[in-house]
Design a protein around this ligand. Structure first.
Ligand code: ZN
Length: 459
């Protein structure tokens, strides 16, 4: 009865009256039959004879797809306008209060079951009360306006030209918020996500990636089963990125008059062999890359000395390191390789903390270590993402990775919660005066966000 020969793996899309399996987005068979009736989820029909009814089943999941697309198409212009509206609300330096208000108001309008802020001031919207949690993560803060003169247009007004929306945060990453919340509202309206609790999580990320999710899990007690990150992925499924850490290294010396330096102990001189060791270490890291994420790296980004005057020997020299890691390069690995460098035994080596209060005054101290992460190509969540993509857009899905770091450094990197990335626009516009996103991709992403929970059923 069950033919399983060609199936890569079952997604087990469940319904109340039987079991459906899908392969690359298409239902292939199920058991149980109730002629003429739709299942409780109103999407998938169970048929007894898979061999003769297969086309009918494919048609039914496509019907769900069609319903979703039709509903979302009614809101295309609104989504684009809403993106332009929230780009116009400044939210740099983690000041996401006003933009969160606007998004919260829209979610209330759209009939979300719950809209509130967490202690840190991130905005949460919930739909459904099912046993499993899928969270849509969109950071709604931006970087600052470094040099206003370099912008060819008002960064908060931007422009909409030839189908491209420009402005600070247009691509990084307010662009994923409208499709996420309209996708969730569509699922509610069509009754397609009865088994899920879905969260939209509009948060701050730019100053400390992952801190918002970390606090959501450990302080608010909300731990999702799956997370989709809305940073730009050029409409591909992203499944990893390198991690990073900041490291402070301090050498102590003894001050004396510069006219007789031999009376003191120059802290800068102690640091020099260590710095040369860093340069050598970077070359060695190139020889042990991760096959997917590439090689780690290390460099000195800052050096400061303390002297009581310019004619005194410095009694302190501190350097700052930027270390990029792949998943095998954990904190211990990173610190141990520093501890064997020349003069390391004379230094204090520390991973500093981020403990800045949020705009609500909430403090959630975290070490400035942001682990690398990746999901295997055959991970069920990646496979579900690919199936969703192929169902939505009728073309093969590609997987890839980010160059920069995202909130997934916490979700998957620290906490092991499966995460994938899917968002409109290209990563390389982030943090530039040409921050931008194609409007067509913004609205197309809504289809993916809406269909993803359906392809995650049974995983
Ligand atoms: Zn971003």
């Amino acid at each position: 009865m069950r033919e399983q020969g060609n199936y890569l793996r079952p997604f087990g899309i469940g319904c109340s009256q039987g079991e459906l399996l899908s392969h690359r987005g298409h239902i292939t068979w199920c058991v149980e039959y109730e002629k003429g009736a739709l299942c409780e989820c109103k999407v998938f029909v169970c048929v007894k004879d898979m061999y003769t009814k297969q086309e009918r089943i494919v048609m039914v999941i496509r019907e769900a797809q069609t319903m979703v697309k039709q509903e979302l198409a009614k809101h295309h212009d609104t989504m684009i306008q809403f993106l332009r509206d929230i780009v116009a609300i400044p939210s740099f330096d983690s000041q996401i209060g006003p933009v969160g208000d606007a998004i919260g108001a829209r979610m209330i309008e759209l009939g979300f079951d719950e809209v509130r802020r967490d202690s840190m001031g991130n905005i949460l919207g919930r739909i459904g009360n099912g046993s499993r949690i899928l969270l849509y993560d969109s950071h709604i803060d931006t970087v600052g306006v470094a040099d206003a003169a370099q912008w060819e247009w008002d960064p908060f007004k931007g422009k909409y030209e030839n189908g491209i929306i420009y402005g600070l945060g247009a691509g990084d990453e307010k662009c994923s918020t409208p499709p996420m919340i309209y996708a969730m509202a569509t699922l509610k309206k069509l009754g397609l996500a009865a088994n899920w609790t879905l969260y939209y999580f509009g948060n701050m990320e730019e100053w400390c990636d992952g801190i918002s999710g970390n606090a959501l899990v450990e302080h608010e007690g909300i731990r999702p089963d799956f997370v989709v990150i809305g940073e730009s992925t050029n409409m591909e499924i992203y499944r990893g990125h390198r991690g990073r850490t900041e490291i402070s290294v301090t050498f102590k010396g003894v001050s004396c008059h510069a006219s007789a330096p031999e009376r003191g102990d120059n802290a800068l001189y102690k640091a020099i062999p260590f710095i040369q060791g860093i340069e050598q270490l970077h070359q060695e890291l190139k020889n042990r890359p991760d096959p997917f994420l590439g090689a780690g790296s290390i460099t000195v980004t800052s050096i400061n000395t303390h002297s009581v005057s310019l004619n005194a020997v410095p009694d302190e020299c501190s350097i700052y390191l930027d270390r990029r890691m792949h998943p095998a390069e954990t904190k211990e690995v990173v610190l141990n390789e520093l501890r064997v460098l020349p003069n390391a035994h004379l230094a204090e080596i520390v991973v500093p903390e981020y403990a800045e209060p949020s705009y609500t005054g909430f403090v959630f101290p975290v070490e400035k270590i942001f682990p690398a992460w990746s999901l295997a190509e055959d991970h069920p969540f990646v496979q579900a993402g690919k199936a969703t993509f192929e169902s939505c857009y009728d073309r093969p899905a590609k997987t890839n990775k980010w160059v920069f770091s995202t909130n997934a450094t916490y979700w998957m990197g620290k906490s092991g919660i499966p995460a994938i990335g899917f968002g409109p626009g290209e990563e390389h516009w982030a943090h530039t005066t040409l921050d931008q996103v194609p409007a067509a991709e913004v609205v197309q992403c809504a289809d993916f966000y809406a269909m993803l929970p359906l392809f995650l059923e049974g995983i």
